[in-house]
Design a binder for this molecule. Structure first.
Ligand SMILES: Nc1ncnc2c1ncn2[C@@H]1O[C@H](COP(=O)(O)OP(=O)(O)OP(=O)(O)O)[C@@H](O)[C@H]1O
Ligand SMILES: [Mg+2]
Length: 394
């Protein structure tokens, strides 16, 4: 959700001056302006309940403050800033009692308004929204049934439970199934709906197309019918990820098996690609082919890591051997835990809830811990957070 700001002033010039002290409009700020005075401001507060209301009024009578007070009582989440020529301590006290958070004396002194706005926006959480772009982590199964969707969805749940706003994006177009792993609710909108409205794609549209799983976790589902998937183009994915990166701390891609232009664009944008395989010859063979393909696409080798799933102690092919054969770093070893995983998957319930102490749950927690310990641009965190292609491998 973006921060909604309403600016009300006596004329267009004053409104422009106030607006210019705000950070540049972005996906995290929605700005609305209107000419008017206290009466209009009170109406705006009651009608729209903006997060921040900035009003400039050349005169403020006691009756005006009473009006502001009664409207602010109806909108407890609205923060009001008042720009007025009056700044006696008596007036300041009255304004505060009416619920105004700060009074900024006019004419404005250089920088004072920007500082007050900065304080309030920070308090409203703008920093959280303006934090560095999300890290994009892609899960790619070496072949069908590797466990990519299970791991992607479980990781997303884990990150969100640690307060990281996370978007799980199902790139298995057209037949994604990531929603089934997390919830009994069925998505009402999908990637295809977003792709069809690319011209007006913004944070609000992204939010409305995502299924909210918990406070910090949302799912962008893949279309479940063939008619609608033609709209999901590489360009659409690119644009959707751009908006998503500004809204979330982590964007987890369940990239699926099809290495098509849509998937490739998603992988291009990924900071890290987790290749999910199992320690058996068919999986390792398929993994090798994918690694060659990624090399051909020019991906930096450091962007790719191996996740060995369904690990059994004493397996004929050891994890170290698997990583050595493939020539990529082994990042995670996920134990085989048939009963717990099958139960979670069959009930559409995160494994963190159904089997909090299972070894798989612990391995997923470690994965989240590793990813959270890296900021964009750090070694192993992907090329400058941009996830672009770089250099050749061998
Ligand atoms: N660590 C694990 N232990 C036991 N079973 C697991 C484990 N990980 C995944 N599974 C099982 O493997 C099956 C396949 O998992 P999943 O659907 O996540 O694979 P996938 O790579 O996404 O497959 P697809 O290519 O069909 O999309 C699931 O039914 C799940 O129960
Ligand atoms: Mg899958």
């Amino acid at each position: 959700m973006s921060i909604r700001i309403s600016v009300i002033g006596p004329d267009a010039q004053r409104i422009a001056d106030i607006s210019s002290a705000l950070p540049a409009a972005s996906d995290s700020l929605a700005l609305k302006t209107a000419t008017g005075g206290i009466v209009e401001a009170a109406a705006e507060i009651e009608r729209d309940q903006p997060d921040l209301l900035v009003i400039e009024s050349p005169r403020v009578a006691d009756g005006d403050l009473a009006l502001l007070e009664s409207s602010l009582l109806t909108a407890p989440k609205t923060t009001a800033l008042l720009l007025a020529p009056e700044h006696s301590s008596e007036f300041l006290l009255k304004a505060m009692r009416a619920g105004v958070r700060e009074v900024i004396p006019t004419p404005l002194v250089n920088g004072e308004l920007a500082a007050a706005l900065g304080r309030q926006l920070e308090r409203l959480g703008l920093q959280r929204f303006a934090s560095p772009a999300a890290r994009v982590i892609a899960f790619v199964p070496a072949k069908g049934g590797s466990g990519a969707t299970f791991l992607a969805s479980s990781l997303a749940v884990e990150l969100a439970s640690r307060g990281m706003r996370t978007l799980l994006t199902d790139l298995n177009v057209p037949f994604g199934d990531a929603a089934l792993y997390l919830t009994e609710a069925r998505p009402t909108a999908t990637l295809a709906d977003l792709a069809r409205q690319l011209a007006r794609l913004d944070a609000t549209l992204l939010d409305s197309a995502s299924l909210s799983i918990s406070d910090d976790l949302a799912l962008l589902a893949a279309p479940d019918s063939v008619e609608r998937y033609a709209d999901v183009t590489a360009e659409a994915i690119d644009r959707i990820l751009t908006v998503a990166r500004s809204r979330y701390r982590f964007v987890i891609l369940d990239a699926g098996r099809g290495i098509d232009p849509v998937t490739i664009r998603g992988l291009d944008r990924a900071d890290e690609i987790l290749l999910v395989a199992q320690a058996s010859i068919p999986y390792l063979h398929a993994a090798r082919r994918l690694i060659e393909l990624f090399s051909g696409l020019g991906y930096d080798k450091g962007k790719l890591r191996l996740v060995l799933n369904r690990h059994e102690r004493g397996a004929e092919i050891s994890p170290a051997d698997a990583a050595r054969t493939l020539g990529i770093e082994l990042a995670h070893l996920i134990p085989n835990s048939y009963r717990s995983v099958a139960w979670a998957v069959n009930h559409g319930q995160p494994i963190q809830e159904s089997a909090p102490r299972d070894a798989v749950t612990r391995a997923i927690a470690q994965m989240a811990g590793r990813l959270m310990s890296k900021g964009p641009g750090e070694p192993g965190a992907g090329p400058g957070g941009s996830g672009g292609r770089r250099g050749l491998w061998h």
